[in-house]
Ligand binder design. Sequence first.
Ligand code: BGC
Length: 748
Amino acid sequence: MKIISTVILSFGISFYSMLNAQQSNKINIDSIINKMSIEEKVGQMTQIDLGVIANGDICKLQNPQSINIAKLENAIVKYHIGSILNVGCGSGTISLENWHVILNSIYEQNKKLSRTKIPIIFGIDAIHGVNYTMGATLFPQQIGQAATWNPDLVKQIHQITAYETRASGIPWNFSPVLDLGRQPLWSRFFETFGEDVHLAKTMAKAAIIGAQGTTNNNPYAVASCMKHFLGYSMPLNGKDRTPAWISDRELREYFLPTFEAAIEQGAKTVMINSGEINGTPVHINYDILTTLLRKELGFKGIAITDWEDIYKLVNVHHVAENKKEAVRLAIMAGIDMSMTPNDFEFNDLLIELIKEGSIPAERINESVKRILNLKVDLGLFSMPVFDKKNYPLFGSEQHSKISYQAAAESLTLLKNENNILPLDAKKEKVLLCGPSANSLNLLNGAWTHTWQGTDTIYQTPNKLTILEAMKSQANVIYAKGSELNQVIDLADCLKKAASVDKIIICLGEKPGTEIPGNIDNLELTEAQIELVNKLSETGKPIILVCTFNRPRIISKIEGKAKAILYAYLPGDEGGKAIVDCLFGKVNPSGKLPFTYPRNVNSFVTYDHKAADDIAEDFSMTAYHPQFDFGYGLTYSKFTYDNIKLSQTTLSTADSMVVSINIKNESKIAGQEVVQLYYHDLVASITPSVKKLLCFKKIELKADEMKTVNFTIRKKDLSFINKQLIRTTEKGDFELIINTQKQILHVND
Ligand code: BGC
């Protein structure tokens, strides 16, 4: 016994000093792996939820969360766990101080009890800011970030989120979502960068570089996690985690490029799509997880499952007879780490599989190596938990300003009849009503303090609802008029309407994500439609402010509104930004990152095919969305003129410049997103009527004119052909900016 403990002790010491030496790059991961037992390796491949080691029952934790040392000891000593996630299912936000207590005790216990001393990596969903830490800066959700069309700003958002995540002691963020938002019913639509490949790719790169920085061992950067590989956002029936049917060509044309771009940018981890594509759950799809992800795209980081997804191969997907077979299928397909997350069955089963030879040792070593590499890159061996005083900017004014700027730049003015906006705070009296007028939850959406974002007890202090922000600067009276699903106090609302000049109605949607966020009907709720209808009968001008999780259909009431300001889910600074925009302190510059549907059975994206345009009378007018992709008005007036091509013929070696003049014809300074589209006139795969090629956001003072230049190459005009190869075919292409067009000829 004594001999055994001496051996273990000396192994432990040499292990520890070896790990400490990593700072000077001396660490040899292969030699660590050679000394690890099967159980220790499997432990590294396991991620449990905080609930497993906290006081209380799983999903019913004591609040605030605290570590149960006996449970933690069991997880470390018996299961050698490598990773923990989140706040404990069903639990709420944790203070910075409490995070440090929790993470320090995990660190200390691991140092004391683990034979290998390999640090445990903590991961979290910091989706729009580090939303599970009290007082953190909360930004617009990703769909609003995309609406800014400002990649530099998106980079800053993800940089700040990384800083505040690290300030909480956490080095790994399950963000960004790189699924394309092409199915507006989907409950996670708001978590995407929208429907367009080029826009989402641009934002994906900005998010990864912002979050991860450019060097390893950076105490202000985190490991990003690309979610959710691949094809998760396109369920046929629109419900979360239901089957998708996507051809290989379309997967590559639409859903792969964001991940490709993020991998090129060095994204360190990826989370797998919980659902199935064409009948195969992605968690067992070797072609996607190994052939495509590893061999073709060269991804070197960690592939983690989504929540409980190995067990779901048995319980939900019915592709494995039992959990053991499910573990085998997933690991052999290419999974490195299992977000198990509520028990240790995965460990026992994987150990059995390895011992009986059903999974080769090399396959396990490969995953463990990737996991240890990540821990080394993040500097976890030497600085697992960070001190609050090293993060003075956590939740600071400086960070809020960026959140405010992002909210302001996302605001998309969809309608403004007779320039009814901006309102004059000095002259006009307004009635403010609607379910989102006085709610921070409805401005933030899900992933805010709790998973579904519906609890009201953890609000960030001193953040303003639309009503609170408006009170300080306008002559406003308030009557709610309607909950999301029920009209209330309508008589009071109508009475108050009689005394005002204008009515602002703030429409909203219940915060929700994943399966709890599923809906059967994209129409706006009847109660909200009724509120607009009744108030419009007063004859007072109506302004709608929309804070939705997805583009809820508003065609029945659009005509009743003089102005519509679409605000996405703008975050904690959204109330202030919306009010400043309504009263003219902010000139709106957001543009829709998706096509706004007019009808529930007509989800056609802007980059559709010509056949989608054929109407009942055979005219080419069937594409008739409520508002088009890229659309958004401003208080300025911009005109476009003189589109020019530096050459009219393009060959493989060339690059060329497309230029355009933009003039601000108004006295109001503003920002404009200049968007260059192309239309491949004839191609072997039916071409889109137009596709975004590139864009630039510019600022123009009153009366100012600027020339914007776009440099393009032949490869920018490519598509995925029948053989699944990216190609640009020769022929004519129309280049389009605003209403200006030119033809470019592309050579072989
Ligand atoms: C979601 C992921 C999330 C994970 C951990 C899953 O249910 O699909 O996006 O990162 O839970 O909370």
